[in-house]
Design a protein around this ligand. Sequence first.
Ligand code: SF4
Length: 320
Amino acid sequence: MSEILQINNLKKYFPVAGGTLHAVDDVSFTMNYGETLGVVGESGCGKSTLGKTILRLTNPTAGQIIFEGEDITFIDNKQFTALRPKMQMIFQDPLSSLNPRMSVSQQIAEPLRIYKVYQNKEDMEKRVLELMDTVGLARRYADTYPHELDGGRRQRIGVARALALNPKLIVCDEPVSALDVLIQAQILNLLQDLQKEHGLSYMFITHDLSVVKHISDNICVMYLGQIIEQCETKELFENTLHPYAKALLSAIPVPSLKHRREKILLKGELASPINPKNACRFAPRCLYAKEDCFESTPELVDVGGNHMVACHYVKEINGL
Ligand code: SF4
């Protein structure tokens, strides 16, 4: 079996004042073992809700989540507790995701303690120190507290906690966006090394396409709760097809003048994700929008070579 995760028509809606917020709306994709899937989009596009729904930190509204061949969409908490070690999360802000009153070693030991992995203290302490070595956190920090460490070291604690129970899938939710550029590169390298060593699969959520460019095998671009373009990472950067993804890519700074693209500035109102109409959600900001874009939702379809795009006029716009 090569697929670790299969997501079919997943929906996560929230009741809000004035209607229903469609945070994740009919999302489908598959992920293979050992793969990194980048999920990108502006803040509020539903990418974090998607990650949390897959990890059942919030219950799905509809659809299907199949993990290692098992339908886990609506399994109860008891069943999911048994599965939790295999599916972990690394959070954006390590400071707020760590307990300020627990030392580094206590934070890393917590999942091992909860899951009663070790019967004696010595074995657990040994494993905590091994995990610190694995994530490049010097053992001298074992008795320090999160506020005494810089952002990079705090995120290494988050990575060690996520690894503690030997997971297969890790959802990384903007794991480097709170860090400065140098530390970002260190954490990304660490995640890549760990992936090779432990055969991990990552779902890497970010607003920053340049971050996922070098570490993702495939990318999904999300807009207002839906995937609007999905393909191999190389293909997305060489042959961007959806008007929104083109705008997103044009905003990435390019160091060489020769390869500099013209920045596409998006104008127009953002459509509302509350009670969305049957229309292309990007239509109010799209340079190519025509009448029927406001009257029917484009399906995500394969335009060739597993390059999926949701746009009524993708062929016309790109001369395909
Ligand atoms: Fe633009 Fe219409 Fe395509 Fe939506 S469907 S991206 S509005 S051209």
